[in-house]
Ligand binder design. Structure first.
Ligand code: SAM
Length: 229
């Protein structure tokens, strides 16, 4: 599974993607994550070189019709997405989907992740910022607006990380044991490990007896009850 992220802040992904299960999945090439910074693809009219050699890229502009905040300009994003599509097109059998993150989009969940991983080889995530992206970008590319919850974040980078994590879990080999996916078995929210008795400020906190019974039937019944609770 190959993920392509269009973002002004590619470094914000570094720490998360390098750690633990996702880090290992990338090292083992079960998934890959490529970044396309729209600033890099901006046309030269949007770049200004200063006398000290520094370059400013104007990736955003004031909204037509007024209102607060800035709107991401379409051109750098169109170019960045086109670049990702060019990379994908080098693999003739690749099948890509473009997702634009928006708090008003369709709600992301495990089923969405499973379907995406089954139907596509490549997912392009377009991360918004500020007031969002010039809406004409949706006339240029077929893309789906996706939300990760009923709240507003400052950018699409966290939603991209959430989707990459959740979709990666559906890729064979990413979890040590594919059947260990919690989505596929009874898994309670409360889990326990050693010691059997935790002593804190003189008070003893014991692991529920049933989990020490070694009886899978009883244990699964207990887990089911915990989930329903
Ligand atoms: N008024 C904008 C709108 O309704 O799309 C809100 C922009 S928000 C401050 C900046 C960006 O963060 C959005 O363009 C989107 O990419 C991302 N974002 C914020 N909350 C999100 C959510 N719950 N799910 C998905 N993306 C979100």
């Amino acid at each position: 599974m190959k993920f392509h992220v269009i973002t002004l802040f590619p470094e914000s992904f570094d720490s998360y993607l390098n750690e633990s299960i996702i880090g290992r999945a990338i090292k083992e090439k079960r998934i890959s994550v490529a970044f396309y910074d729209p600033r890099k693809y901006a046309p030269k009219e949007l770049k200004k070189k200063w006398p000290d050699g520094n370059v400013t890229v104007y990736a955003d502009g004031r909204p037509f019709g007024g209102g607060p905040g800035m709107v991401l300009r379409a051109e750098p994003y169109v170019m960045a997405i086109e670049n990702a599509l060019k990379v994908i097109a080098k693999r003739p059998k690749a099948k890509a989907k473009i997702i634009f993150f928006s708090p008003g989009g369709v709600m992301f969940d495990t089923e969405y992740a499973k379907t995406a991983v089954t139907k596509f080889t490549d997912i392009i995530f377009v991360c918004g910022r500020y007031e969002g992206i010039d809406a004409r970008i949706k006339k240029v590319f077929k893309m789906e607006d996706v939300s990760i919850g009923n709240y507003v974040l400052t950018g699409g980078e966290l939603p991209a990380m959430v989707c990459i994590d959740c979709m990666a879990r559906q890729v064979s080999g990413v979890l040590g044991n594919f059947d260990s996916r919690e989505e596929e078995r009874v898994s309670s929210h409360d889990v326990y490990t050693r010691p059997e008795v935790l002593i804190h400020k003189g008070k003893k906190h014991k692991v529920p007896e049933v989990l020490l019974s070694g009886n899978p039937k009883l244990i699964n019944a207990w887990k089911r009850r915990e989930v329903i609770k």
